[in-house]
Ligand binder design. Structure first.
Ligand SMILES: [Zn+2]
Length: 225
C-alpha cells in the first residue's frame, strides 16, 4: 500500500523549500507552496484520507500521525532542517519541545540549528523541564512541535520559558492543522497548514453517506489523533 519509499534528499528538499520562499509579512514567513511536505506525509502514511474515529471520539476525513514520517531518520532530518531554516538567522540557543510528539522533530531542528534540544513534560499535570535541563535568563528559544491543533502544550511551554526569563522567538511545527487559525502570541512557522474537518458522530456527513468509520492505528497500539 505504501509507495516505494523514495529517498528524500536533504539538499533537494531544501532547494525546493528555498525556491518557494515567497515573502515576509509582519515578521511571519509565508510560503505559497507546501506540496513537498504534504507529499512526504502522504507517502509515509502520516497523512491518510478516509473516514476515521479520532481518539477524541470525533469523526474526520483525514488522519494525521507524524510519527509515521519521523520513524525514518532521513525524513526526520530533512523535516527538522526545513523547520530550522526558518530560524537560521535568530541565533537560537535552545529548541524546546513538548514530550512526546515534539521530541524527534525538536531534536532534528536543534541539530540543524546547532542549538540544544530540550523537552518539557508534565509533572502532576504541570509542564516542567526535568532531567537536569537548564535554561538561563535571556537564552533564545524556539518551541518545536509536530502538529499544532489547539496549541495547548505549546502555550504551556511558552509560559514556562517566559517564567525562566528566556526569550521565545517563535514556534516551529511540521503541521498546523488549525488552518492558520491558532494564535500562540508568537510567530508560528509550520511547514504545512491544513484545515482538518472534524465532526460529531451524529453530524458526520461521511456516516450519513453510509460509510463506516475506522479507528486508525487500532491494529498497532498507541496511535494518536
Ligand atoms: Zn463519521
Amino acid at each position: 500500500m505504501v509507495e516505494s519509499m523514495r529517498d528524500v534528499d536533504l539538499e533537494t528538499m531544501r532547494n525546493i523549500f528555498n525556491e518557494r520562499f515567497d515573502s515576509i509579512i509582519e515578521g511571519r514567513l509565508f510560503f505559497t507552496m507546501e506540496e513537498p511536505f504534504e507529499d512526504l506525509l502522504r507517502r509515509t502514511e502520516a497523512l491518510l484520507e478516509g473516514h476515521f474515529v479520532l481518539t477524541s471520539g470525533l469523526h474526520s476525513s483525514q488522519y494525521i500521525q507524524c510519527a509515521r514520517a519521523l520513524q525514518h531518520p532521513k525524513h526526520a532530518e530533512a523535516l527538522g532542517s526545513c523547520v530550522a531554516d526558518r530560524f537560521q538567522d535568530y541565533a537560537v540557543d535552545a529548541v524546546i519541545s513538548p514530550a512526546v510528539g515534539g521530541l524527534i522533530i525538536g531534536h532534528e531542528t536543534a541539530r540543524a540549528l546547532g542549538a540544544r534540544a530540550l523537552f518539557g513534560e508534565r509533572d502532576n499535570g504541570v509542564m516542567t523541564l526535568r532531567r537536569g535541563f537548564d535554561l538561563q535568563p535571556a537564552e533564545r528559544v524556539v518551541i518545536v512541535e509536530d502538529v499544532i491543533t489547539t496549541g495547548g502544550s505549546v502555550r504551556e511551554l511558552i509560559r514556562l520559558v517566559q517564567e525562566l526569563e528566556g526569550i521565545v522567538l517563535g514556534v516551529g511545527a511540521i503541521l498546523d492543522r488549525s488552518g492558520g487559525q491558532v494564535d500562540l502570541g508568537v510567530p508560528l512557522n509550520a511547514l504545512l497548514t491544513l484545515q482538518v474537518p472534524t465532526y460529531q458522530p451524529e453530524a458526520c456527513p461521511l456516516c450519513q453517506q453510509g460509510s463506516a468509520p475506522v479507528k486508525p492505528g487500532s491494529r498497532q497500539q498507541g496511535a494518536g489523533g
